[in-house]
Design a protein around this ligand. Structure first.
Ligand code: ADP
Length: 918
């Protein structure tokens, strides 16, 4: 707007300047026009006067020329009369007549007599002229300048017969009838009976080219009428011809004038006859100085039918002498007056314009400031609206955001809080918080910490960003927030307080805490060997995760039917000596105190504040040592509660349902752990016992079989001696009995040997070394050499590996298996195949197989045959003790492997066993 107004004023100013300029231009133009008009008028009058004067002066040479031309025409007419007056004119007479004229008329180059000669008269004519002394004379045609040829025969000739002056004698005899132009002029002169001129032609005289005319005058035959055209044509005698030099004629005429008569006059003579060019014939030397003069005077002449024009123009000198001074004076005066008038008008208008411009400028300035004012008002309004909008946005943010936002002064008193925070403080409106502080809402402990933080922020200027902190409330509840606080500064950058935003992260924190408890407890349980080892760790971890101070484990004493405290952990930073002593000393029956309550209900329990609880016998010591919040949960194995864990906090604590639920589950987990550990240790105990008794048994078996050998050997040898010595003295029955006794002793020996071997697997074991199984099998087969031979057995041994093992035992193993394969062979000779292959699935093992094609085993006995003394046949069918496979099993297991059988009755059996590769 302001810009436009300035532009407007500027335009107005420009308008004024323009108007002033226009008026000045108009005045100037009018002045100049009037001056020029006056000049023109004066000049016109002057011009008229000058022209009249010039015409008068130019008339003098024109008159002179006219007079001369008249003389020439007169001369020609007089020749006609001369001829007409005398019957025959001879050459002398002609000369006499023309001599005068030639002397007087300077422009006359020659005078000629041209008679009309018929063809018939030609010869006589030529002859007569020759006789006059012109011996060469004959009628000739002019071929070119100076060259003639005798005229061919024509009906009539017009030859030049006389010519004066004598210098022109070369023209004699030339037949003019051959020149069309001459003929035309001659015919015209004949028919009109008045002189007629030819076309102008250039004639060379010396080195000059002169414009010349021939002017013919018809001469009719003497005394014959030539009134009519026919008569004139018939009676024509010939022509008098004057050769006129234009220059000489003109100069002659002008030459007679006084110099003053022609001064200042430039002239030009033109032949303006319509049949030819408008060629200038001659001009004065002053002509070139005249230029295109302002005026001229034209004078026409007639020369034998040719129209001449004498054009006169004043020379520059002439004009300058008679210059139009008065006109210029007027112009000068006019211009001076115009300049003065324009100056005056300009000044007057300039002053007016200046005044007007000043007014315009003032007006424009006023308009501008007016507009600026309006703009400012508008922009203020805009700013206010923007501010209002911004305030609205800020308010909307503050009032709807669930986070807590607050502004505090330097003393940490609230300046403003948002709605969310007001409702946290249980205020009806955020305004109610103004002037109050954290001390009015939180516990003193928390308020003091926050106050210290804010002091620190204001002092250091460093913000506190995203700190997670616990808020404690007077009712004992705790909440968690993520807080960001920083300095509040005024426009001058002075710290005037703090402001901050806190986001409630209680739910997340509690969830995290629960997860942490679960994780820690699970870790403890996973790492602990026994429940008694795990319990104090669990107490510690729970306290640390929750930030609680004391934890205790109570177990159910089934016999006494009460709860006893077996473990107590407390925060090492604080001592609770009386509470601890009291707890350890106390026992609770079902339903009494926190542990009794949990035991009775089998559910977790929460006490906001034990100091005010009705069923908390330890309340006096708790009050003394500042314990308030508490909760407990059962440790249950199956349906039974085996114990209770309880925890105490130094703060009043609002119950947390999720936490209790979690501890209920944790209680079962701990209970299961305890149960499992109990069972594991019982099992372990059993295994140890078993081991011990096994060892004892083994030892016993060894000692027994070893010690039994000696008496048995005695029995056997003495029975055999009895048989040998008293053979003849004993009857058949006695001998029979003795043979039974011998047999029994032998079997017992075998049994004892086998038993000894069996017990030796455990007792006489050797350390493992690397053994080549091929070698082992070779030894076994060597031991079985006789049996193999007798039975005709075929043993095929595939590639066998090297393994870590006990050579004696592995030999025994193969020997037993191959021995059985021979023994249980059926009808045909045994075919035995021994092989091994590496099995990489899981830990690498060598898988051995001893295959036979013997009698086979019913699958129902697959397990039984590996048990000691278990046999499938009677002694009469197949001898044996039923220990062989039991020994095999023991050996294989000692080597870390397994043994089993695959078999089909009647088709053969395959005994498999494995030995670890490493
Ligand atoms: P013994 O050979 O002294 O009877 P073992 O412990 O060696 O005792 O064998 C137990 C039983 O397993 C044998 O009595 C027999 O019935 C069965 N047995 C063992 N090896 C074979 C075999 N290769 N083929 C068929 N049966 C067998």
């Amino acid at each position: 707007m302001a810009k436009q107004n300035t532009a407007g004023a500027l335009l107005a100013g420009r308008g004024l300047v323009k108007r002033r300029r226009t008026v000045m231009v108009v005045v100037g133009v009018i002045g100049v026009a009037v001056s020029l008009g006056a000049f023109g008028l004066v000049r016109h009058v002057e011009q008229g006067r000058l022209q009249a004067e010039f015409e008068r002066r130019a008339d003098v040479p024109a008159t002179a020329l006219q007079r001369d031309i008249d003389d020439y025409i007169y001369l020609l007419r007089s020749i006609d009369a001369f001829f007409f007056s005398s019957q025959d004119v001879d050459r002398r007479e002609f000369w006499g007549f023309t001599r005068d004229a030639l002397a007087r008329l300077r422009g006359l180059s020659a005078l000629e007599w041209v008679p009309r000669v018929s063809e018939a008269a030609r010869a006589g004519h030529e002859k007569k002229t020759k006789e006059e002394g012109f011996l060469e004379y004959q009628i000739v045609d002019r071929i070119e300048s100076g060259r003639n040829a005798p005229s061919p025969i024509r009906s009539e000739y017009l030859p030049i017969l006389y010519v004066e002056p004598r210098s022109e004698m070369g023209e004699l005899g030339v037949d003019l009838a051959t020149n069309a132009d001459y003929v035309r002029a001659m015919n015209k002169a004949r028919d009109s009976a008045s002189p007629a001129a030819s076309l102008p032609f250039l004639r060379r005289i010396g080195t000059n080219q002169m414009w010349s005319y021939r002017i013919f005058a018809a001469v009719y035959t003497n005394l014959v009428a030539h009134e009519s055209l026919v008569e004139r044509q018939r009676n024509l005698a010939g022509y008098a011809c004057a050769l006129i030099d234009v220059r000489r004629l003109t100069r002659g005429a002008m030459g007679r004038l006084k110099e003053s008569d022609v001064r200042g006059i430039g002239w030009q003579l033109m032949d303006v006859t319509k049949d030819g060019e408008r060629a200038p014939l001659l001009q004065s030397t002053e002509w070139t100085q005249t230029g295109e003069a302002a005026f001229r005077a034209d004078f026409p002449f007639d020369l034998g039918g040719r129209k001449w024009l004498l054009r006169c123009r004043p020379t520059a000198d002439y004009m300058s002498v008679r210059g139009n001074r008065r006109g210029w004076g007027i112009v000068l005066w006019g211009l001076v007056v115009t300049a003065l008038a324009t100056g005056f008008v300009g000044t007057a208008l300039g002053r007016a314009a200046m005044v007007e411009r000043l007014v315009d400028e003032r007006t424009a300035q006023l308009a501008r400031s007016n507009r600026e004012l309006k703009d400012e008002i508008a922009s203020r309004q805009q700013m206010e609206a923007a501010l209002a909008a911004e305030r609205h946005l800020v308010d909307a943010l503050l009032d709807t955001i669930p986070d807590h936002i607050y502004f505090k002064d330097r003393e940490s008193r609230f300046i403003r809080i948002n709605r969310s925070m007001a409702s946290l403080f249980k205020l009806k409106s955020p305004d109610q918080a103004v002037g109050r502080s954290d001390f009015d809402f939180f516990t003193e402990e928390h308020a003091r910490r926050a106050f210290a933080d804010e002091k620190d922020i204001m002092r250091s200027g460093r913000p506190l960003v995203g700190r997670e902190e616990m808020e404690t409330w007077p009712d004992g509840s705790t909440t968690w927030v993520s807080t960001t606080k920083q300095c509040l500064r005024d426009k001058a950058d002075n710290v005037v307080g703090t402001f901050g935003i806190s986001r409630d992260i209680t739910l997340r924190k509690r969830a995290e805490r629960r997860l942490a408890v679960q994780y820690k407890v699970a870790t403890v349980l996973a790492e602990a060997d026994t429940f008694s080892q795990a319990a104090p760790e669990v107490l510690r971890e729970v306290c640390e995760c929750l930030g609680w101070s004391v934890g205790a484990l109570w177990v159910v004493d089934k016999t006494a039917n009460l709860l006893r405290c077996v473990d107590l952990w407390h925060d090492p930073g604080t001592q609770f000596p009386e509470f601890e002593a009291k707890s350890r000393a106390e026992t609770f029956v079902s339903g009494v105190g926190l542990p009794g309550r949990v035991w009775a209900s089998g559910e977790p329990a929460w006490i906001r504040d034990v100091t005010t609880d009705g069923n908390f016998p330890r309340a006096p010591v708790a009050i003394k040592e500042g314990l308030h919040g508490a909760f407990g949960f059962p440790i249950r194995a199956g349906n039974e509660v085996s114990g209770v864990m309880e925890f105490f906090s130094r703060h009043i604590q609002q119950p947390e349902d999720e936490l209790l639920e979690m501890f209920a589950a944790l209680g079962s987990q701990i209970g299961q752990f305890a149960e499992r550990k109990r069972m594991e240790s019982a099992l372990e105990e059993k295994a140890k016992e078993l081991e011990r008794s096994n060892q004892e048994l083994e030892q016993f078996a060894y000692i027994a079989s070893h010690d039994l050998q000696e008496p048995l050997r005695m029995i056997a040898s003495y029975t055999q001696l009895l048989e040998r010595r008293y053979k003849e003295r004993l009857d058949a029955d006695a001998l029979q009995f003795i043979s039974y006794a011998v047999d029994g002793a032998a079997r017992m020996q075998a049994l004892i040997n086998d038993l000894l071997a069996y017990s030796r697997v455990g007792t006489r074991a050797k350390a493992f070394v690397l053994i080549d199984c091929a070698d082992v099998v070779r030894r076994a087969l060597k031991n079985l050499e006789i049996a193999i031979e007798e039975s005709g057995a075929k043993v095929v041994v595939a590639d066998l590996p090297k393994v870590q093992g006990d050579l004696t035992q592995l030999t025994q193993l193969f020997q037993n298996l191959v021995g059985n394969a021979i023994k249980f062979r059926g009808d045909k000779p045994p075919a035995i195949h021994i092989s091994a292959q590496l099995e990489e699935e899981g830990p690498s093992v060598w898988h051995f197989a001893v295959r036979d094609e013997g009698i086979g085993i019913d699958p129902q006995y697959f397990e039984r045959i590996f048990v000691i003394f278990q046999r499938l046949h009677t002694r009469e069918e197949y001898p044996g003790t039923g220990i062989g496979l039991a020994v095999c099993k023991k050996i294989v297991e000692r080597h870390g492997g397994q043994i089993w059988v695959e078999s089909e009755v009647g088709k053969g059996s395959t005994f498999h066993f494995t030995i670890p590769k490493a």
